[in-house]
Design a protein around this ligand. Structure first.
Ligand SMILES: [Zn+2]
Length: 149
C-alpha cells in the first residue's frame, strides 16, 4: 500500500555563508525544507537556486552593463554612464528575496564593484566568469547547510 509521506517542515537558518574566489554571499534568514524522514535539509525545490540567479542577474541585477563585443565597456546599471577608468572596490549588495510561500529573506553579496561617478550606484564588476563565481559562492553556502543542522 502506498503511504503519503509526512509533509516536510521548514526551518529558518539565521546565517548561511559561502565564499568562492573574490565573492562572498550571506543568506540571512532563509528557510529550508527539513524532510520528516530524517534526510538532510535542502532548499525548497529545484527552482529555488534558479530563482535566486534570476534575482541576482536579471530582476535586481547588481552587475555592470557590458557593451561591445570586442572591446568591452562597462556602464552603470542604473544611469548607463560610462565606468571606464574607475577602480573597483569591495562592496556589499543586499537583495530582498521572496520565493513562493517561504518567508522573505536577505541575500548579501560582497564582491568588487565600481561606483558610478554620475549617480553613485555601485556596480558589481561583470567579467565573463562573474556569474559562475557568484553561483559557486551560492553553491558553497548551500553546502554548508549540512553542517548547520
Ligand atoms: Zn550611474
Amino acid at each position: 500500500m502506498f503511504r503519503k509521506s509526512k509533509p516536510a517542515e521548514f526551518i529558518t537558518v539565521p546565517k548561511l555563508v559561502g565564499k568562492y574566489k573574490q565573492v562572498r554571499v550571506t543568506f540571512l534568514g532563509a528557510s529550508f525544507m527539513k524532510p520528516a524522514d530524517g534526510k538532510p535539509a535542502r532548499y525548497a525545490d529545484d527552482d529555488f537556486a534558479l530563482y535566486i540567479m534570476d534575482e541576482v542577474f536579471k530582476r535586481q541585477s547588481i552587475l555592470t552593463r557590458v557593451k561591445g563585443i570586442i572591446s568591452k565597456a562597462h556602464h552603470c546599471r542604473k544611469c548607463d554612464a560610462d565606468l571606464m577608468g574607475r577602480k573597483a572596490h569591495k562592496r556589499r549588495f543586499a537583495l530582498d528575496i521572496s520565493y513562493k510561500e517561504m518567508p522573505p529573506f536577505k541575500l548579501e553579496i560582497e564582491m568588487p564593484a565600481i561606483p558610478c561617478r554620475s549617480c553613485g550606484t555601485n556596480n558589481a564588476v561583470n567579467e565573463s566568469n562573474t556569474e559562475i563565481i557568484i553561483c559557486g559562492a551560492i553553491a558553497k553556502a548551500f553546502e554548508s547547510l549540512k553542517s548547520k543542522l
